[in-house]
Design a protein around this ligand. Structure first.
Ligand SMILES: Nc1ncnc2c1ncn2[C@@H]1O[C@H](COP(=O)(O)OP(=O)(O)OP(=O)(O)O)[C@@H](O)[C@H]1O
Length: 612
C-alpha cells in the first residue's frame, strides 16, 4: 500500500465527510453525539463507584453515600435516554446509508460523457470503487464507522489522563514507588501497547488491501457467472437453450479454488492482532502492579484502585485505538482516493452555452461537414468523410448493410459522441457550441435498442411524472397502440413490467416498439429519428406506420433507418452508407436508375422475395 502524506490524508478525510454530509445529512453528527455520551458514561460509573467504595472504607457517611448513588443513577439515566434516542435516529439513517451511496455513483454516471459509459477502463474504475464500498465498506463506510472510534478514543484519552493525574501525585511514603520515573514507565508501557497495535494493524492492512483486490475480482466474476446468467430474464432463454450454465459452472469451480488460496490471507490477518494482544497484556500487567503497590503502601484507598485500574486500561485502549485509527485512516484514504479519482473524472466533451433558437417556422438545418469518427479503442473508422446537409421538413432515409455506420451517424448527430474529424453544424453553427441539453431537446429518437422503464404507461410515453393525458392518448393512437390501451384496466396508469407494481403488464417486442414511437411523438421535437422502427412490428402494424409516416412526421425533419427498402420510398432523399461512407444520395427513383449502384443491388436482393 503506497503511503499518503498526513496533510493529504486530512484533506481526503474532510472531503469524505463532506460527501457523507451531502448524501446522508445528520448521520455522522448523530453518530458522533451518540459515541460522545456512550464513552463518557463508563467514566461516570467508575468515578462514582470509587467515591462510594472510598466512603464505605473510611467515614461511612450514609447521606454522602446516598448522594453518590443518586448522582450515579441520575446521570446514567440521562445518558441512557439520550443514547437511545440517538441510536434509533442513527440506525434508521444508517440503514438508508447504502442507498445513498448508490446515489453517489448514479449521479456521477449520469454526468459522465456518454462515451465514457462505454469506456471499459472507466467503468472498471467505478466498479472497483463500488464493490470495495459494498463488500467491505472500504472508503466512505469505514470513514463513517471510524467516527465512533475517533470520538471514543479522544474521550478515553482526555478523561483517563485527567483521572490518572492523582495516581502520580499521591504519596505512599515509599521513595521507590513514589519516584517520578514511574510516570515514564507507565506511559512507556501504555505506548508499547499502542505501538504494537499500530504495527499489527499496518501489517494486517497490507494483507487486507491485497485480499480486497482479489475478492473484488472474485466478486465481479462471480456476479456474472453465479448470478447474472441465471437471474436476468433477458439472458435466461439463451442460457437454457445453449446450456450456458455448463460454461459458468466450470468458471465457478476455478473461482472456488482461487478463493481457497485466499484463505491463508485470512489466517495471517488474524495472527498479527493476536501477537499485539500478548504484548498489550504484559504492558497492562506492569501498570496494574504499580497501582496495587501504591495502594499497598497507603497512597490511596481501595476505591481508587478501582478508578486507576479502570482508567489506565481505558487510557491504553484509547491510545491503541488512536494508533489503529491512524493506520486505518491510511487504508480508507486509499479507497477514498480511488473513489474521488472516479468522481473527479472530467467531461471532455466541450460544453457550449448557446441557446438553440426556438423557431416557429422550424427552419433548422443540419450539416455534416467531412465528418469522420472512430470509436474509442477501435482500430478503424466507423464513419469516413461524411458530407450531408438536410433541412427541416425533409424526410431522409438511411440505408446500408450491417455495420455500415448508420446508427453511428445518428449517435453523432444527437451528440452522444463528438466527431473525430470534421464538424456538424446546426443552422451554420458547430453543434458543440450549443448548450448540450438544449441541443438534445430538438431530437426525438427511437433507437434500435431503445429501453422502456418500470413506470406507468403515461409516464413512459411522456417521460415525465405528470403529463397531458389527451396528448399521450393521441400519440399512442398514432403509434398504433390504441386497441391495447383500451384493453388495459388501469389505462395510462398501468405499470409496465412487474418490478415496481405486481399488477404491471408485460408487453411484446412489437408493443414496446409502438410505445417507443409514441414517446418520440410526445416529445414533439423538430427532428424525429427512427432507427429500424418497424423491425419488431407485424406486417399490418408495419403497414400502418408506413402509411401514417407523413402524418407522424408532420412538418418535422425525419430520419429513418431501415433495412426494408420498400419503406424508404416515401422519403425525399435516401443516403446509402457503405463501410462508413455515404456512397449514394438521391431519391428512390434516381438511385434505382443507377444499375451499378449499391442501392440497386440492395433493392433487387430484397425485391426478388416479393416478385417470385
Ligand atoms: N460502441 C461501439 N464501440 C466500438 N465500435 C462500435 C460501437 N458501436 C458500433 N461500432 C462499430 O462501428 C461500426 C458501425 O456500426 P453501426 O452500429 O453504426 O452500424 P449500422 O449500420 O447501424 O449496423 P446495423 O445495420 O447492423 O444496425 C461497426 O463496425 C461496429 O462494429
Amino acid at each position: 500500500m503506497s503511503k499518503i502524506a498526513l496533510t493529504k490524508r486530512v484533506s481526503i478525510t474532510m472531503r469524505g465527510f463532506s460527501i457523507l454530509k451531502q448524501y446522508c445529512p445528520g448521520l455522522a453528527q448523530g453518530k458522533a453525539a451518540y459515541e460522545l455520551i456512550n464513552s463518557i458514561q463508563p467514566f461516570i460509573s467508575v468515578w462514582f463507584t470509587a467515591q462510594i467504595v472510598n466512603e464505605i472504607s473510611s467515614q461511612r457517611r450514609f447521606n454522602t453515600i446516598l448522594l453518590f448513588i443518586l448522582g450515579a443513577v441520575l446521570l446514567n439515566f440521562i445518558c441512557s435516554l439520550l443514547k437511545n434516542i440517538l441510536n434509533h435516529v442513527c440506525n434508521e439513517k444508517e440503514a438508508q446509508m447504502w442507498n445513498w451511496f448508490e446515489k453517489i455513483f448514479s449521479d456521477k454516471q449520469m454526468s459522465l460523457d456518454f462515451v465514457d459509459l462505454e469506456n471499459a477502463a472507466i467503468q472498471h474504475q467505478r466498479q472497483e470503487a463500488q464493490e470495495n464500498l459494498y463488500m467491505f465498506g472500504n472508503g466512505l463506510a469505514q470513514l463513517f464507522w471510524g467516527i465512533s472510534a475517533l470520538v471514543r478514543t479522544l474521550v478515553y484519552i482526555v478523561l483517563s489522563l485527567a483521572m490518572t493525574i492523582s495516581l502520580f501525585l499521591s504519596s505512599s511514603g515509599n521513595r521507590f514507588i513514589d519516584h517520578p520515573i514511574w510516570i515514564l514507565i507507565i506511559l512507556v508501557c501504555i505506548a508499547i501497547g499502542g505501538l504494537s497495535k499500530s504495527k499489527a494493524t499496518i501489517s494486517e492492512n497490507d494483507i487486507f488491501m491485497e485480499y480486497c483486490k482479489n475478492t473484488v475480482w472474485f466478486n465481479r466474476v462471480f456476479l456474472f457467472f453465479g448470478k447474472e446468467l441465471y437471474m436476468n430474464p433477458e439472458k435466461a432463454k439463451d442460457v437454457r437453450i445453449y446450456s450456458q450454465n455448463t460454461v459458468a459452472e466450470k468458471m465457478l469451480d476455478k473461482l472456488i479454488s482461487h478463493e481457497k488460496e485466499n484463505q491463508s490471507d485470512i489466517v495471517k490477518m488474524a495472527l498479527y492482532p493476536a501477537i499485539a494482544q500478548i504484548i498489550i497484556v504484559f504492558a497492562n500487567a506492569v501498570c496494574y502492579l504499580f497501582v496495587a503497590s501504591k495502594a499497598l503502601f497507603g497512597a490511596f484507598g481501595v476505591g481508587n484502585i478501582v478508578q486507576y485500574v479502570a482508567v489506565l486500561s481505558r487510557l491504553g485502549e484509547g491510545l491503541q485505538e488512536l494508533m489503529y485509527l491512524l493506520s486505518d485512516n491510511e487504508v480508507y484514504c486509499t479507497h477514498l482516493q480511488n473513489l474521488f479519482a472516479y468522481l473527479d473524472l472530467p467531461n471532455h466533451m466541450y460544453q457550449g452555452s448557446l441557446t438553440v433558437e426556438k423557431r416557429d417556422d422550424n427552419e433548422y438545418y443540419v450539416e455534416f461537414k467531412n465528418v469522420s469518427f472512430q470509436y474509442p479503442n477501435a482500430d478503424s473508422y466507423a464513419l469516413k468523410h461524411v458530407n450531408l446537409k438536410f433541412k427541416v421538413g425533409e424526410k431522409l432515409a438511411v440505408v446500408g448493410m450491417n455495420g455500415s455506420g448508420k446508427t453511428t451517424f445518428i449517435k453523432l448527430m444527437c451528440r452522444l459522441y463528438d466527431p473525430t474529424e470534421g464538424e456538424i453544424l446546426l443552422n451554420g453553427v458547430n453543434i458543440k457550441k450549443y448548450d448540450y441539453n438544449e441541443y438534445t431537446s430538438i431530437f426525438s429518437v427511437v433507437f434500435q435498442d431503445f429501453r422502456l422503464f418500470s413506470f406507468s404507461l403515461g409516464q413512459n410515453v411522456s417521460a415525465s411524472a405528470s403529463y397531458d393525458e389527451d396528448k399521450v392518448i393521441e400519440c399512442l393512437k398514432k403509434a398504433g397502440f390504441a386497441e391495447r390501451l383500451n384493453s388495459l384496466p388501469n389505462k395510462l396508469n398501468t405499470f409496465l413490467y412487474k418490478d415496481i407494481d405486481a399488477d404491471g403488464v408485460e408487453i411484446s417486442g412489437g408493443e414496446a416498439q409502438k410505445l417507443a414511437l409514441a414517446r418520440a411523438l410526445y416529445k414533439n421535437a423538430p427532428f424525429i429519428i427512427l432507427d429500424e422502427p418497424t423491425a419488431a412490428l407485424d406486417p399490418i402494424s408495419e403497414y400502418e406506420v408506413y402509411s401514417k409516416f407523413n402524418e407522424i412526421a408532420g412538418t418535422k425533419t425525419a430520419i429513418y433507418i431501415s433495412h426494408r427498402l420498400a419503406s424508404c420510398r416515401f422519403c425525399d432523399k435516401i443516403a446509402v452508407f457503405h463501410e462508413g461512407e455515404i456512397i449514394q444520395l438521391g431519391s428512390h427513383e434516381e438511385l434505382l436508375a443507377d444499375s451499378n449502384g449499391k442501392y440497386y443491388e440492395l433493392w433487387n436482393a430484397q425485391a426478388q422475395y416479393y416478385t417470385t
